[in-house]
Write a protein that binds this ligand. Sequence first.
Ligand code: BES
Ligand code: MG
Ligand code: ZN
Length: 466
Amino acid sequence: MEIKIISDVKNQECDILVVNMFEGKETSNEIANEYALKQDKFEGKLGTTYLLPTYGKQSAKKVLVLGLGNEEELNNNKVREAVSKAIKKALQMKAKTVAFDFNGIKFEYADMISEGAMIADYAFDKYKTEKKDHIETLYINADENLVKKGQKRAEAMELTRNIANEPAEYATPEKLAEIALSLGLETKIYNKKECEEMGMTAYLAVARGSAKEPKFIHMKYIPQNPKKRIAIIGKGLCFDSGGMDLKPPASMLTMRDDMSGAACILGVMSKIKEFAPEVEVHGIIAACENMIGPDAYKPGDILTAKNGKTIEIDNTDAEGRVTLADALCYACELKVDEIIDIATLTGACMVALGTHASGIMGNNNELVKKLIEIGEKSGERYWEMPMYKEYFDSLKSEIADMKNTGSRWGGASAAGLFLKEFVTDDVKWAHLDVAGTAFLEKPQKEFIAGATGVGVRTLLNYITEA
Ligand code: BES
Ligand code: MG
Ligand code: ZN
């Protein structure tokens, strides 16, 4: 989708001209006022649409009236969602060119318009012979700078969604490394031997059952005088079969999405130079697969993580935390100020919050609260899960420092407490559990089924606002 900023949207030749209507109020368009509002009593409720022909009386072939609801109650999320509804409608109508004639909408919503439009226009049709429809050109009259910002975030999401949607045979650890290297940043890829030398026994144990070599990825964005230094870590399980504790087929089916955290980090890092924040950002991914094989790690194994702590493997399917343990140790050794990890970590989090919110935990209240606040504005919900120390009881081991899992109950919190064991006290840390939100089985709001790119907007906005 190409976005063109023009001033005279009203008279732009196009397939569909979208005009906004606040509940019960007149629009800037005569046809809309005459037929939608007066004749057919279209109410203009948020996200509703009303399509009208122009019979050659206007430059556009059709006018789509888009309800924006109550003018005073408008916010970022409502603008984005309404815009995406208009785009979905235009796609249904096979429109190729769309113009937005928006009036009475605050200047600062401009980035929501481009972001919402691009999210709604997304399709993953690489493997389809018959390609999906797309809007070719979108004409808008809005602040160019802001429009570009929304566009860049949506492009980052597109990269993330593409990578996470790919089959595991394509999006291998090696492929993720290749993508990381293509982003034009200073990037170091550690192979298996180098990871061994660094003492990443926990991460490497998870990778052992797979024929695909693990790749530990470290991308760096280092500006002149950084205000602070952040590491962002993504769970990078290119496929999670469960390992020796094999998953049943229905649970395994979508496990190519278990690298959604990693895909998010790649999306964020792909745009970091363009956003150019005054913050040092380290993008870290411990990529591998969790498979069964002659050398697969086993229940009862005891592994030593990079910081020397020992883990008794209670269940090989709780592998994400085992890989993240070493990645967190690695990030702590960089002496960064903050670490944010994002992971499709627990089914328990998905059971608790469904697909409408991600879980968040951490060792620093301020950081957690800030991420929740920025997430809310960015169109991503984060809900804080408790980190009561009692949740660690289920992880207590007779023969090692901890088990990787224990009880069926409170699984998201237990996983959070497990990760905390690998974070030093001097660093602020937040953990995002996106098991339920990274990959949708059916369409939801502006998203089609499949990868959502969750985390990209919150992390980019957090980093750039810092
Ligand atoms: N990758 C899964 C978590 C997951 C579940 C992500 C559903 C997306 C959707 C993770 O590695 C896992 O298998 N977790 C287990 C942990 C259990 C064995 C303690 C789970 O949640 O069942
Ligand atoms: Mg698992
Ligand atoms: Zn997993």
